[in-house]
Design a protein around this ligand. Structure first.
Ligand code: PEP
Ligand code: MN
Length: 337
């Protein structure tokens, strides 16, 4: 439930309400707006049986929260969240562009790409060091060596760096080298991994599962947040449907739907959503128009030779051209990059 305080309710009145909640062994989640304070209650609400907050001084009304996710819920936190990550803040007013290769393949490949995406205006370098591949015989990633190159690229360019983590072991390694952890589509409901990511002390980009509903996705975010990490960003990357013309089907409606249900920032990945280089630009524009807070785009120095996801990767020139054309769209939506 959430308890909405009257405008200008005194700190003592707020304290009396939060005191009762904590006394009963539940958690308080306080959202202090300009005018109104909202008190979110997290935990087993049966412990509050018999307590009537409505009669407490300063309380305007009590609203039940029927959704199973609470911390991620917009009802708990009516204003859009801003997630500090790397050298930027993901959220309102900004279009955060994360770009780079699908996989870190070599030091040269990564550094070259880092300088190119930086020059084009990206604020994050992406690159997988632990690759969740469909076939066990496909390139699996450079692991810690790849993470070291990510860190080197960060130091050389000043870009934030983000890497997918596929296990607890990968998290332990990654926290030493990167600014943000990525949980990939295939692990969206790996609950132990989500909890570990929640405890890692870095912001987390949570991709939507291959066939996950928005409700399941927000509950996955809740797993991370329930460990005390509020810095979660969601990434729509297409879902499985009957359509085979594209690798996945981009659920563009996820952007406004999420916007109505959660305060967390939303990033869109047109590369994995389509699997086709030529479709990246129209969907990147659509993402901005739909209100996304950022984009994740795969870029490779030589896509024809990429060890993974070459067909959807842009060349440096293509990426630079795209970024130039996205600028007016971002401006129209009140976002800078
Ligand atoms: C990736 O971003 O490298 C990736 C594997 O994406 P997804 O988890 O969305 O398939
Ligand atoms: Mn990829």
């Amino acid at each position: 439930m959430i308890i909405i305080m009257k405008p200008g309710a005194s700190p003592e009145a707020v304290g009396r309400v939060t005191g009762v909640i904590e006394e009963k062994g539940l958690q308080v989640h306080l959202s202090q707006g300009h005018q109104v304070t909202i008190i979110g209650v997290v935990g087993d609400k049966s412990l509050l049986e018999g307590v009537n907050f409505e009669v407490s001084e300063g309380v305007e009304r009590v609203v039940p929260v029927t959704e199973s996710y609470k911390l991620a819920n917009r009802k708990f936190h009516p204003e859009n969240s801003a997630v500090p990550a790397g050298n930027t803040v993901i959220g309102p007013g900004t279009l955060t562009v994360m770009a780079g290769p699908c996989a870190v393949e070599s030091r040269e490949q990564l550094l070259e790409t880092a300088f190119a995406v930086k020059k084009a205006g990206a604020s994050f370098l992406r690159g997988g060091a632990y690759k969740p591949r469909t076939s066990p015989y496909s390139f699996q990633g450079l692991e810690e060596e790849g993470l070291k190159y990510m860190k080197e690229a960060r130091e050389a360019t000043g870009l934030g760096v983000i890497c997918e983590v596929t296990s607890e072991h990968a998290i332990e390694k990654a926290v030493k080298y990167v600014d943000m952890l990525q949980i990939g589509a295939r692990n969206m409901q790996n609950f132990e991994l989500l909890k570990e990511a929640g405890r890692a002390g870095l912001p987390v980009l949570l991709k939507r599962g291959l066939s996950a509903t928005i409700d399941e996705w927000l509950n996955a975010a809740e797993y991370i947040m329930a460990e005390g990490n509020p810095n979660v960003t969601l990434c729509e990357r297409g879902i499985r449907t009957f359509e085979t013309a594209t690798r996945n089907t981009l659920d563009i409606s996820a952007v406004p739907v999420l916007r109505s249900r959660t305060h967390l920032p939303i990033i869109l990945d047109p590369s994995h959503a389509t699997g086709v280089r030529d479709y990246v630009e129209p969907l990147a524009k659509a993402a901005i128009a739909a209100g996304a807070d950022g984009l994740m785009i795969e870029v490779h120095p030589d896509p024809a030779r990429a060890l993974s996801d070459g067909p959807q990767s842009l060349t440096f020139d293509q990426f630079e051209g795209l970024m130039g054309r996205l600028k007016p769209y971002a401006k129209l939506e009140g976002r800078n990059f």
